[in-house]
Design a protein around this ligand. Structure first.
Ligand code: F6P
Length: 330
């Protein structure tokens, strides 16, 4: 085994890593990259279990090279995760910092979505070196083209829609499929474009209900066997939309809410590679003495941005892709 002790006197001796918020496929690959890259640089790594809740409780254990063996292909997170209200309070943050000091941890890598980054921002504000790694299926973090888990979730949604499409054709029905994404429409848009959906509803774009029913009827008249409508959860309930559509058109409709199936499964190659690159980059940045930044990928280049900037900007969906989806589903 070849270890590299950083030249120029790396003073960092021990770092921590945690996952927080909703899990996403590829988080394990990111944890592995953090642990292995740190050990490669002769830095000890401590795993913090159950996100910020575990940090407050001191649920912290030393990790070795073998701790992250055989996880690169597994969904979920071996460090478990939680949403923690207490860490939003000053008292909770202070308890967390005391635990970090107690374990001699000098820098922290936080893997998660924007709620997790808010915690990282607080730690940075208290002077604790922290780096954010974007892990969420929602793809809603500004400063990165892709978040860890988005590609896997996208493929899970596509697989589900392909199956629904088979039965939709057999029964000549209209299917409404509600997908996750919180306030962002990325998952719905990418899946809809990849699956040739007739209509995609995303929170970033208004829709005209009459236009949707008109297009559905026109499709039926020219012999279409089925229609697929994707509703991003940020738009509202797929069930309610399905009911409204049924009442307005008298068409036979069915609604599928894909739910948490979208968060599980073995990460795709793209997510494993992205997670490995971003996790390792986070360690590099800590070694360079950086704090309060989030890593990301833009045009296939690793980048980093100030965490305040990442949290203050609004995520934008690619509206050209939305227009294209409409043009291709005439
Ligand atoms: O942020 C990931 C996500 O799966 C969102 O798409 C969804 O809105 C939310 O988490 C669901 O959260 P929970 O698992 O707490 O119900």
């Amino acid at each position: 085994m070849f270890f590299r002790v950083s030249e120029g006197g790396n003073s960092l001796k021990r770092i921590g890593v945690l996952t927080s918020g909703g899990d996403s496929p590829g988080m394990n690959a990111a944890i592995r990259a953090v642990v292995r890259k740190a050990i490669y640089h002769d830095i000890e790594v401590y795993g913090i279990y159950y996100g910020y809740a575990g940090l407050i409780a001191g649920d912290i254990k030393k990790m070795e090279l073998g701790s992250v063996g055989d996880i690169i292909h597994r969904g979920g997170t071996m460090l478990y995760t939680a949403r923690c209200e207490e860490f939003k309070t000053l008292e909770g943050q202070q308890k967390g910092i005391e635990q970090l000091k107690k374990f001699g941890i000098e820098g922290l890598v936080v893997i998660g979505g924007d709620g997790s980054f808010q915690g990282a921002q607080k730690l940075t504000g208290h002077g604790f070196p922290t780096i954010g790694v974007p892990g969420t299926i929602d793809n809603d973090i500004p400063g990165t083209d892709f978040t860890i888990g988005f590609d896997t979730a996208l493929n899970t949604v596509i697989d589900a829609i392909d199956k629904i499409r088979d039965t939709a054709t057999s029964h000549e029905r209209t299917y409404i499929i509600e997908v996750m994404g919180r306030h962002a429409g990325d998952l719905a848009l990418w899946a809809g474009l990849a699956d040739g959906a007739e209509t995609i509803l995303i929170p970033e774009a208004d829709y005209d209900f009459d236009q949707i029913t008109y297009r559905l009827k026109r499709g039926q008249e020219r012999g279409k066997k089925h229609s697929i409508i994707i509703v991003a959860e940020g738009v509202g309930s797929g069930m309610e939309f399905g009911q409204r559509l049924k009442e307005a058109t008298n068409m036979e409709t069915r609604v599928t809410v894909l739910g948490h199936i979208q968060r599980g499964g073995s990460p795709t190659g793209a997510d494993r590679v992205l997670a490995s690159r971003l996790g390792a980059k986070a360690v590099d940045l800590l070694l360079e003495g950086k704090s309060g930044v989030t890593v990301g990928i833009q045009q296939n280049k690793l980048v980093y941005h100030d965490i305040d900037e990442a949290l203050s900007k609004k995520h934008t969906v690619d509206l050209d892709m939305y227009t294209l989806s409409q043009e291709l589903s005439i």
